[in-house]
Design a protein around this ligand. Sequence first.
Ligand code: HEC
Ligand code: HEC
Length: 357
Amino acid sequence: MANLLIFILIVLLPGTGAAQSAGLGLPARAPAQQEETMRIELGRALFMDPRLSRDGTVACGTCHVPEQGFAFNALPTSIGIEGQRVRRNAPTVLNVAYNESLFHDGRVATLEEQAWGPLLAADEMGNADRASVVARLAVLPEYVATFRRAFGAGVSAERIGTALAAYQRSLVSGGSRFDRWYYGNEVDALNAQEKHGFVVFRGKAQCNACHKLGRQHALFTDEAFHNLGIGVPDAAAGDGRTSEAGSGVAGAPSDAGRFEVTGKARDRFAFRTPTLRNVELTAPYMHDGSLATWREVVDFYDRGGNGNPDLDPLIGPLFLNEQDKEDLVAFMRTLTGANVEELARQARAAAPPLSTP
Ligand code: HEC
Ligand code: HEC
């Protein structure tokens, strides 16, 4: 009865329901304080503002497109300043607050530090240094006022990073149909096919060996790095180019993944296990965007990844039947958060010109 009442409240009060349930299935987080709220608003405006790039053309939201699950659907890897193609696929920033390390190779630990990566990368936002970004914003009265409100101080490099981090930490998106079923005990939130897909996910296919879930919440990642053989150079090609099977991106530069951070041989071609939340919205898949569809992903795992000497021992042929594969895909589609449209709408509304009090 109590469950039914909660269910009715959630269904009959759209908006509030989505907001309240957005945390379902995710670890609890402290509610934002007033000061934090202002930093989030400022960070949102910064995230969507192309004036943060050298020539005013590229915003964070150009590659982390709000309507595309804060990722980039159009191409395997995204496009930075002056049309330059970047090396990797833009991951979603939804639920990035929970990541223990950032980037496909985990080379950065905090969102504050991460923000300056794209801002200064020559092929992303192209700024020469932090000072030039600060100087550009410091002459915009709306930003000066908003930094004062959020920090009691003017524009600085550190505060730009803090605001962008605060905003991204607020992009929490749980409350998916899966969460309502698994953590919210709503027995009808998934249909029979989707439920069977979950049985395959945890059973025959052992996807949860790496895309982990717990009794109280699920991030669908073990926070570790694994070699699935994606992007392993084709020995036959012998020229460092990625193999057809591995990459699909002709001539894509080879990418050694975690090895580039640790220098350890066993980390060669290992990449961070990404969350599967909101994966319905974030095609194409993998660090190089080489798998265009769900079906390609499931077929890839079914055949046991791309063979190479360092292939993760957890990867091998699965012998799934047609029904298993379809159900697995149906299951993954249930992981889309309740509030993703709302978060996208808020991001668009924050696009410059920034509203001032
Ligand atoms: C030109 C496209 C592009 C732009 C612009 C861009 N990003 Fe990214 N972003 C990427 C790509 C590609 C990656 C993955 C890079 C890697 O793993 O080496 C990434 C990774 C990230 C990550 C790590 C996510 C994770 O799960 O590890 C965060 C956070 C992030 N970007 C935030 C931002 C912010 C904040 C801005 C603006 C200051 C921004 N990005 C601008 C393409 C872009
Ligand atoms: C050995 C650990 C491991 C297992 C088992 C595993 N995955 Fe993955 N998964 C990863 C890693 C690591 C990546 C990222 C690889 C890359 O970027 O090149 C990934 C990426 C993905 C992606 C792409 C996500 C994105 O945003 O690009 C999907 C979808 C996915 N896995 C689904 C599955 C399914 C379905 C199964 C079971 C059939 C499975 N995984 C089993 C480790 C694993």
